[in-house]
Design a protein around this ligand. Structure first.
Ligand code: ADP
Ligand code: 5GP
Length: 225
């Protein structure tokens, strides 16, 4: 699917899309699908939590000991970091800016505390909040994922209503009921963001003017006919 900029013959900075919301709403599932259909780079976070079955180092996360996480933190290597459910998570800064500067869109799938920090540092980012269709479905999804203890499920459910109260700091909200609908809706948001009237459009208009001036220059004058 082509959703990106419309005057793509010059390299522009990519756009930063931040997708967050309570645990279990389906952010990870949505982001995986988005990277299949959209030309965007999904940032790989660093975490101190243990890998779940099937998760791979460097693909799902960089799984590290706390000492290594703190080294990166002290060296200023994170765009943001947060403690989430007793583990540390951080977004490595360098790859994000490298991709943006190379003109690629970047997706961050991070928690709400992290998203609010990114909003301070990168207010030009696009902030999307993923909501569950209902609290009972949310619980079912967290339990169904099979990765949490009962205590951890209750902890995540307990945080949900608090987290949802931050929704007014976001630009968009998307209810993840039917997965395809949620993915298509976010892809549509990405398309819309690339259709904004901004500096890219000014350049496009300048190109039209130059092109038209050149065409006028080429046009035969009356006397030539
Ligand atoms: P998050 O990243 O927000 O914590 P996940 O992507 O891990 O959530 O999704 C939690 C669980 O819900 C997973 O088992 C996933 O397969 C399931 N899930 C995600 N989206 C949907 C959906 N739209 N309908 C049904 N199940 C879903
Ligand atoms: P999980 O352990 O279920 O993969 O993730 C737990 C929570 O941490 C999710 O809400 C997820 O979005 C968030 N998360 C993942 N990576 C990061 C990150 O780099 N920074 C922040 N702040 N949150 C993250």
């Amino acid at each position: 699917m082509s959703y990106g900029r419309q005057n793509g013959d010059t390299v522009k900075k990519g756009r930063l899309f931040v997708i967050s919301g309570p645990s279990g709403t389906g952010k990870g599932t949505i982001c995986k699908r988005l990277t299949d259909i959209a030309d965007a780079k999904l940032s790989v976070s660093m975490t101190t939590r243990a890998p779940r079955p099937g998760e791979r180092d460097g693909i799902n996360y960089y799984f590290v000991e706390e000492s290594r996480f703190r080294e990166v933190l002290d060296a200023g290597g994170f765009l943001e970091h947060a403690e989430v459910y007793n583990c540390l998570y951080g977004t490595p800064k360098q790859p994000v800016f490298e991709h943006l500067n190379a003109g690629r869109d970047v997706i961050l799938e991070i928690d709400i505390q992290g998203a609010l920090r990114v909003r301070e540092r990168c207010p030009e980012g696009v902030f999307i909040f993923v909501l569950p269709p209902s609290m009972s479905e949310l619980r079912k999804r967290i339990v169904g994922r099979g990765s949490e203890t009962e205590e951890s499920v209750n902890l995540r459910m307990g945080e949900t209503l608090k987290e949802i109260s931050c929704i007014d700091k976001y630009d968009y909200c998307v209810v993840n009921g039917v997965l395809d609908d949620a993915v298509n809706r976010i892809a549509a948001i990405m398309t819309a963001e690339h259709s904004r009237v901004d500096a890219d459009v000014a350049e496009l208009l300048e190109r039209y003017r130059n092109e038209e001036a050149a065409l006028q220059g080429d046009a035969p004058t009356k006397g030539d006919r």
